[in-house]
Design a protein around this ligand. Structure first.
Ligand code: ASP
Length: 401
């Protein structure tokens, strides 16, 4: 496909920004956070990430039980690339980098988050202990100033990349239709529909109605407007991690969320919070059972829910990462792994929907945690021109003018 290189260049430009933007924004977050506040915000973020993922899997299983994707199909023998799914202890150990520079060079995001947080908190603690005009104090203030400038510069670059992104997105979408178009509407229609419906419900009911309208009390339309660049990027590049610079820029500019919340919640979300992915793992389990002519008991479905939740936390935010994690879910309930080979062909399409849902989930949780911690300005950005009934603050701001 001739347009593919333009799309690939867009992805590379985004990948180039990921590590520095995480480090700069996360260090800025630690400048404003005491360990206690960080603990509170971190706790809220992690609990909401887990809760929304569990709901997403439930939603996927519910819709699958209604639609029964895969019934009538028979198992094709295919080669399965099983790969290695990391064990839980490995996943926890990998968070602590043996060498922070290697972690940065390899783009190991959880390890980068860990080291940056420890370093940032170390700086704030030392800063509080030393004399006001000492060299150490001045040095730390200078580092924070440099980091502040660095974050600004990174956002400038993101905006530049986004200008070019229009072309990149077009190129990637065009390449997609060359790749999977016919297959998706053919044999795998019921699987694709199940995922699309479950994702539609998750985004509308859980993120827009319960979290944004209910808990934050603002306009879901304004929220969608605020995160549209991130959603479109996720759809076109199929990677939560590579979308991170755009999600951060949307949170900062459009949603007017403070660095102290999104600087922490978005890199973490891109790595551990994958609602669309988790949901898909559950749906494929039902699809596999239907093809194999088996039916899953309630206990088996609960086992799937738990395994999918754990596996989605360990899934890397890169294209088609769930195909590897799926082996664990299917093995857990004794379903045929050949199914993975069968659905790999339409993954370039379904991965887009999953990744878009993953990003929407990160942004919704970040918005509500920002609201709870007074870290969002609901009078500017996309909220400023939100419909009056949704944003009282916006109305009073307009009246003040
Ligand atoms: N592509 C997804 C992401 O980056 C992961 C997956 O579901 O395969 O979020």
């Amino acid at each position: 496909m001739e347009l593919q290189p333009i799309g690939d260049l867009f992805v590379r430009l985004l990948e180039m920004i990921i590590v520095p933007i995480i480090i700069f924004t996360l260090l800025m977050a630690t400048r404003e956070l005491s360990p206690k506040n960080l603990g509170r915000i971190g706790g809220q973020v992690v609990i909401l990430y887990l809760a929304t993922t569990a709901v997403a899997i439930g939603m996927g299983l519910g819709v699958s039980n209604l639609i029964d994707p895969g019934t009538g199909m028979t198992l094709e023998q295919t080669d399965v690339q099983t790969g290695q799914t990391p064990s839980l202890t490995d996943q926890v150990f990998n968070i602590v980098p043996e060498n922070p520079i290697t972690a940065m060079a390899e783009g190991n995001i959880l390890a980068i988050i860990f080291f940056t947080l420890v370093f940032g908190l170390g700086m704030t603690m030392v800063r509080a202990e030393v004399e006001p005009d000492s060299a150490v104090r001045n040095g730390i203030d200078t580092i924070f100033d440099v980091v502040d400038a660095g974050a600004e510069v990174m956002f400038k670059i993101v905006w530049g990349v986004m200008e070019f992104g229009v072309l990149g997105v077009f190129a990637l979408m065009a390449a997609l239709f060359g790749e999977v178009g016919a297959q998706a509407v053919g044999a795998y229609f019921s699987l694709s529909m199940t995922l699309a419906i479950a994702i539609g419900l998750q985004i509308t009911l859980v993120y827009l109605l319960v979290i944004i309208r209910g808990a934050v009390g603002v306009s879901p339309v304004a929220f969608l407007r605020g995160i549209k660049e991130a959603l479109i990027t996720a759809l076109s590049i199929r990677s939560s991690t590579a979308t991170l610079p755009i999600s951060m820029s949307d949170a900062d500019e459009n949603l007017q969320i403070k660095e102290r919340v999104y600087g922490f919640s978005l890199p973490l979300g891109a790595t551990i919070n994958m609602d669309g992915t988790a949901m898909y793992l559950g749906i494929v389990a039902i699809f596999a059972a239907n093809i194999a002519g088996a039916s899953l008991t309630l206990i088996e479905q609960l086992t799937i829910l738990l395994t999918a939740l754990l596996m989605s936390i360990g899934t890397a935010g890169v294209p088609s990462a769930s195909l590897v994690m799926m082996t664990a879910v299917l093995t857990q309930v004794g379903l045929p792994l050949e199914v993975i080979g069968m659905i790999a062909g339409i993954d370039p399409l379904l991965d887009r929907l999953r990744t878009m849902n993953n990003i929407a989930g990160d942004m919704a949780v970040t918005t509500v945690v920002a609201k709870w911690n007074d870290a969002i300005d609901l009078t500017s950005g996309v909220w400023a021109d939100a419909p009056a009934e949704f944003s009282e603050e916006a109305v009073s701001a307009t009246n003040d003018d």
